[in-house]
Design a binder for this molecule. Sequence first.
Ligand SMILES: NC(=O)c1ccc[n+]([C@@H]2O[C@H](COP(=O)([O-])OP(=O)(O)OC[C@H]3O[C@@H](n4cnc5c(N)ncnc54)[C@H](OP(=O)(O)O)[C@@H]3O)[C@@H](O)[C@H]2O)c1
Length: 336
Amino acid sequence: MILLLGASGYIGQAFAAELRRRRYPFVPLTRMAIDYTQFDILFDYVRKMRPSFIINAAGYTGKPNVDACELARAETLAANALLPQTIARVCLVTNTPWGHVSSGSIYNGAKVLDNGGTRIENDLSRAEIRWLFERHPERFSGFTELDEPNCSFLKPPCSFYSGTVALAEEALRTVRDCYVWRCRIPFSEDDQPRNFLSKIQYYPKVYDSVNSLSHLDDFAQTCLNLWERGAPFGIYNVTNPGAVTTRQVVALIERVLKPGRTFEFWKDDEEFYRHGATAPRSNCILDVSKVQSTGVRIRSVHEALEESLRRWHVGNPVLWPLRRPPQPIRHQHVVR
Ligand SMILES: NC(=O)c1ccc[n+]([C@@H]2O[C@H](COP(=O)([O-])OP(=O)(O)OC[C@H]3O[C@@H](n4cnc5c(N)ncnc54)[C@H](OP(=O)(O)O)[C@@H]3O)[C@@H](O)[C@H]2O)c1
């Protein structure tokens, strides 16, 4: 039996659907059923139920977006940094292998070929960098699992969310029998508030940058494929190969969905952070050659985006708080 923590969440539901599809017996655990964030409770449960594998898809990302983590700091720290360490201790004493859903937002930037050498470009939202990427994507490559996170409390600026995700990764680095799967800006064909393709369509203005992305179902499938194939434990960047500018995604939305409207973009970072956001956003490219070297196939980001838009299901507007433009959260303690 597989134990799935955070099964009620956006990513947890994708794991649950994929486990169902594969007909794996699993228990989708929620805090309402048992408070798995408490060591004693989780330890008792795991000792009795003896799962063969645990998936941790629980965490706190903030709603409607990561700015909310700047205010809910205790909850963000507990869910993203402390809970993974509690699970790690339970898994260690019960000898249970497990996988933890992490995030690529602990990086900022990409590696850029320049004058015969490679340099790190930290700011992918700069107009000249977006211009270069759209014309010469082959000159850009991503951070590998061996690269130190550069968007963390140790390497600010970072959002409080990214800082806590990086803390968890640091704690899990030496933990055995553990996968750390890095997801990055999930999207799919289902219109809903957590979907990047929905956010682009319903935010009042779009923020343009360059990013790696993870198709939600591809992400869950790839994580399970790594485990199923017995890939070595450790960290994996699990994004669809390639990267895109948000402007390229908007162009695809216009071409495929024909929404009959124009999209507005934030003029620059100054305007975006003055009116649209509080926490520093991570924009980055991740290298996925480690996943690919295991033989697990994952389609390109362009293919996954196009397919998602071709199969687009419009969501229920009642469930759509983002259709009201979100107000930026203002406070004084952003880690910059
Ligand atoms: N969504 C993204 O954009 C994204 C991108 C990259 C990585 N991730 C990572 O993926 C994980 C899951 O994200 P998600 O988008 O699926 O989040 P979500 O939709 O908010 O679901 C997270 C689930 O975690 C559980 N949880 C446990 N402790 C919690 C706490 N203190 N506060 C809130 N929820 C708590 C909740 O389930 P129960 O209470 O029902 O048990 C909740 O349904 C997180 O670790 C996140 O960092 C997310």
